[in-house]
Design a protein around this ligand. Structure first.
Ligand code: NAD
Length: 466
């Protein structure tokens, strides 16, 4: 038996049975048996089924949102997550057939004069996903939908921290029988995750770096490709030409949305000395005004991690300008948006993922110094640059070691999903989940290499002798 905690009350008010390895294997067998029929439907046939799923999700949207808001302790973001799923499904159902058709080639001339090539594509039969708790619906489905469109069957394990949304989401799948044959959700923790890795042909993992390493090791043993989408420590550089008020508004939103429990959160801000004072004044003012609007920590222990990082930074000489104390309210754990200055680069607050609404602000004198500080990180998920013009911001952004750079805004990858980007350093491994490669990565190519002339005789390779 596993218990899930309610992030608003602290109560362990939800009990569920994790799937054991035999149950995971049985689900995998069932899905594998149905996958050839799914793939044989072809891109248009699969798109038609997926469009019916989008309608079914809409029919269940209130029930999924209700369960998800208990899972996460947030109502508005739960609604946004659930409303986004039918849009994601329709976007791939629309884009998928054209994308798949464009990949097919017939009888292309090879570099060898008498040989032509045809390339066929087939999906990895069984796709698997392991998801985290911070955006449970988005991150359980972001890779799943293009995998289904590609022709895979799919087995998904959401986080054991946020399991309640799965039942009403399953009801939407059950409303579309062709889909229910090839899509299953299993609940459970690390053991269920390991059992899933042993069954699937292609894995997408979203989660922390330490778990990502364990997952990658298990995938290597199972000899399957694993796409890892891991943590971040995204920097934002505010150049002297930027409007300090606009920049402060962007920094606050990009750092504290979802109480900072987002991989693409801005977790370090570097501001030019020329505008540091008005930037900080505004940031502190609007951070205080937003104090009542932040939701709870979904995972109780995250509150301890964030508090420990703040305390260690303060012990090393940093100054908290606002916020800074994780509070217990009615069983939930909350932290008001926190602005902190004078944080030294070697503290955990600057080196490790915080996953809380904390904005460490560092003042810089030269652009070269800002770029060096921003790049001084083990992570390379995203970054942001604000300047008076897009050109100036882009010139600095191009020097940053990160997969996606937001120009004159922050954390744009939370909204823009059609820009391919490859995570750097510890932030991930494998092809981009965004853009067209989000789908094409699930295809294997098979080359039919046709000899149209006379095959070479063995004599063509005969050695002349000693
Ligand atoms: P986590 O790594 O603790 O857990 C993620 C998932 O892995 C859960 O489903 C968990 O049950 C499973 N798991 C745990 N141990 C496992 C094991 N040994 N084998 C197989 N599966 C195992 O992550 P979390 O705390 O749930 O999520 C927060 C993390 O996710 C943060 O680091 C955040 O940055 C990251 N994240 C990354 C992205 C991205 O796209 N890069 C997006 C959102 C969150």
């Amino acid at each position: 038996m596993m218990h899930a905690r309610n992030p608003l009350t602290g109560g362990l008010d939800h009990v569920f049975e994790p799937a054991n390895p035999d149950e995971v294997a049985a689900e995998a067998r069932r899905l594998r048996a149905a996958q050839p029929r799914w793939e044989a439907l072809g891109p248009d046939g699969r798109a038609a089924v997926l469009l019916r799923w989008a309608d079914a999700v809409e029919a269940q949207a209130d029930a999924i949102t209700e369960a998800l808001s208990v899972d996460t302790g947030r109502r508005k973001i739960a609604r946004i997550e659930v409303d986004g799923l039918p849009r994601t499904i329709r976007r791939w159902a629309e884009r998928g057939p054209a994308l798949l058709a464009a990949l097919e080639s017939r009888d292309r001339q090879s570099a060898h004069p008498t040989v032509t090539i045809t390339t066929r594509h087939s999906a990895y039969p069984l796709f698997g996903a392991i998801a985290p708790w911070n955006f449970p619906v988005v991150l359980s489905t972001i890779d799943l939908v293009p995998a289904l469109m590609a022709g895979c069957a799919a087995l998904v394990k959401p986080s054991e921290v946020t399991p309640r949304f799965v039942e009403p989401l399953r009801a939407s799948v059950d409303a579309v029988p062709e889909l229910a044959e090839v899509l299953a959700f299993v609940l459970g923790g690390p053991d269920t995750g390991q059992a899933l890795i042993a069954q699937v042909d292609y894995l997408c993992f979203t989660g922390s770096v330490p778990t990502g390493r364990k997952v990658a090791e298990a995938a290597a043993r199972a000899f399957i490709p694993a796409n890892l989408e891991l943590g971040g420590k995204d920097p934002m550089i505010v150049l002297a030409s930027a409007d300090p008020v606009y920049a402060a508004q962007v920094a606050l939103r990009a750092s504290v949305v979802a109480s900072g429990q987002a991989c693409q959160s801005i977790e370090r801000v570097y501001v030019a000395r020329e505008i540091a004072a008005p930037f900080l004044d505004t940031l502190v003012h609007i951070a205080e005004a937003a104090a009542a609007q932040t939701g709870p920590f979904i995972f109780a222990r995250q509150g301890n991690i964030v508090q420990a990082q703040i305390d260690a930074a303060v012990a090393a000489g940093a100054t908290v300008l606002t916020g800074g104390r994780v509070e217990d309210r009615g069983g939930g754990r909350f932290l008001a948006p926190t602005v902190i200055t004078g944080v030294t680069p070697d503290t955990a607050l600057m080196r490790e993922e915080t996953f809380g609404p904390v904005i460490p602000v560092t003042v810089f004198d030269t652009v070269a110094e800002a770029v060096a500080l921003a790049n001084d990180s083990g992570f390379g998920l995203g970054a942001a640059v604000l300047a008076g013009t897009a050109e100036e911001a882009e010139a600095v952004g191009a020097q940053l070691e990160a997969g996606a750079i937001s120009i004159n805004d922050g954390a744009l990858t939370s909204m823009v999903w059609d820009a391919e980007n490859t995570s750097r350093k510890w932030s991930g491994l494998g092809p981009s989940r965004m853009g067209d490669s989000g789908l094409t990565r699930f295809l294997r190519s098979q080359a039919l290499i046709r000899q149209n002339g006379a095959p070479l005789p063995l004599a063509a390779y005969a050695e002349d002798g000693p």
